[in-house]
Design a protein around this ligand. Structure first.
Ligand SMILES: Nc1nc2c(ncn2[C@@H]2O[C@H](COP(=O)(O)OP(=O)(O)OP(=O)(O)O)[C@@H](O)[C@H]2O)c(=O)[nH]1
Ligand SMILES: [Zn+2]
Length: 207
């Protein structure tokens, strides 16, 4: 199945998605945007830019090729009976807003209460990458991260908080430099128990 039409996490890409253009078509589109910006895509300094931009898109949007289920597929059960909160805070991420295709940059804090084994800590940071490296809203990114944790780890509870600066709000438009957007979502025990929520906020230093 083509990577752009297969289901992604909890959010299937619609079957109406266009077929993926060729590399040449993508580079031609970049030349069009350079001309739209007011510059000359045939001048020397810009000749290789379309190829570089197409390559950079391969990194910015590599999440479409990745599967959260694969990232979270390996769990460890020998953890000395540890079943309390596991929290990784300050996971740096950068993503691109789906409205303007400009970056939003920030940190993710992820916690879960294990049910049947734990996942490697790096996998939580990899999970953020799977969804951040797509066109996103911060709300959707938050939801996709926690939905994947619930779907693939089945924890007793999960908590995700993202804080980010949106360049579409600082570099252009309203130009609100330094404004931070906070989103969080709790499921399971974290949703039901304010004490667990407070513990999460305490551990990430937000209380
Ligand atoms: N809820 C949400 N909004 C976002 C996110 N990223 C960008 N936006 C907003 O998306 C909105 C798009 O608004 P529009 O009125 O359609 O576009 P616009 O004319 O470019 O809006 P301005 O940014 O206000 O100039 C803006 O208010 C952005 O701040 C996000 O992750 N979540
Ligand atoms: Zn935007």
């Amino acid at each position: 199945m083509d990577a752009r039409t297969k289901p992604i996490g909890a959010t299937p890409v619609t079957a109406t998605a266009l077929p993926r253009p060729t590399r040449e078509e993508a580079e031609a589109a970049v030349r069009t945007l350079i001309a739209w910006a007011g510059d000359d895509p045939t001048r020397e300094g810009l000749l290789e830019t379309p190829a570089r931009v197409a390559k950079a898109y391969g990194e910015f949007y590599s999440g479409y090729e990745q599967d959260a289920g694969v990232v979270l597929s390996k769990t460890f059960k020998e953890v000395g009976g540890y079943d309390d909160i596991v929290l990784v805070r300050d996971i740096p991420f950068n993503s691109h807003c789906e409205h303007h295709m400009v970056p939003f940059v920030g940190k993710a804090h992820i916690a879960y209460l294990p049910h049947d084994g734990v996942v490697g800590l790096s996998k939580l940071a990899r999970l953020v990458e799977v969804f951040a490296r797509r066109l996103q809203t911060q709300e959707n990114l938050t939801a996709q991260i926690i939905d994947a944790i619930n779907e693939h780890l089945g924890p007793r509870g999960a908590a995700v908080m993202l804080e980010a600066e949106h360049m579409c709000m600082s570099m252009r438009g309203v130009r609100a430099h330094g404004a931070a957007t906070i989103t969080h979502r709790f499921t399971g025990v974290f949703a039901e128990d304010r004490v667990e929520q407070d513990r999460f906020f305490g551990l990430i230093g937000k209380r």
